[in-house]
Ligand binder design. Structure first.
Ligand SMILES: [Zn+2]
Length: 150
């Protein structure tokens, strides 16, 4: 348990504010006035050492082992970058899917078998872009779930 003073209303707040080990701070919402502020994260560890992380959400406890370095660039990417990536990947996925559909259609109408190969290539790209966007959205959801505003 930690004790904080709310900068909004001055109330003393007892929290179990904790976040993943790669975040220096976590966001706390005051239960009296609702204002949000950041506090130091007791789970924070200097990077480059595996770390078992515990956090509680809706009175359920979660534990996972964090391996820094494996995806540190991914995790250290800002919220805006992930938001941009999730949107950009979906647009790219849509464009690639559209090209694939057009090539497929062209293959049907002209019976040019080469177009099927191009369609397959762009179809694959569409899937890769889609998965990339989904991964960014998952990362944003994870941060939201763990109460990290980064
Ligand atoms: Zn307050």
């Amino acid at each position: 348990m930690q004790q904080h003073k709310c900068p909004g209303c001055g109330a003393t707040i007892f929290t179990n504010a904790a976040g993943p080990s790669d975040y220096r701070e976590t966001t706390v919402a005051c239960q009296y006035c609702g204002s949000q502020f950041t506090v130091g994260n007791p789970n924070y560890r200097e990077p480059h050492q595996p770390q078992v992380v515990n956090y509680t959400y809706n009175s359920t406890s979660y534990t996972y082992t964090d391996y820094p370095g494996r995806s540190s660039a991914w995790k250290s990417a800002g919220k805006g970058q992930h938001k941009f990536a999730s949107i950009a990947f979906i647009i790219l996925s849509f464009i690639a899917g559209l090209v694939a559909a057009l090539m497929l259609l062209g293959g049907f109408t002209t019976e040019d078998k080469q177009l099927y190969g191009i369609a397959a290539f762009f179809g694959g790209m569409a899937v890769i872009f889609y998965l990339g966007g989904a991964a960014s959205r998952r990362e944003l959801k994870r941060r939201q779930r763990e109460g990290v505003n980064y």
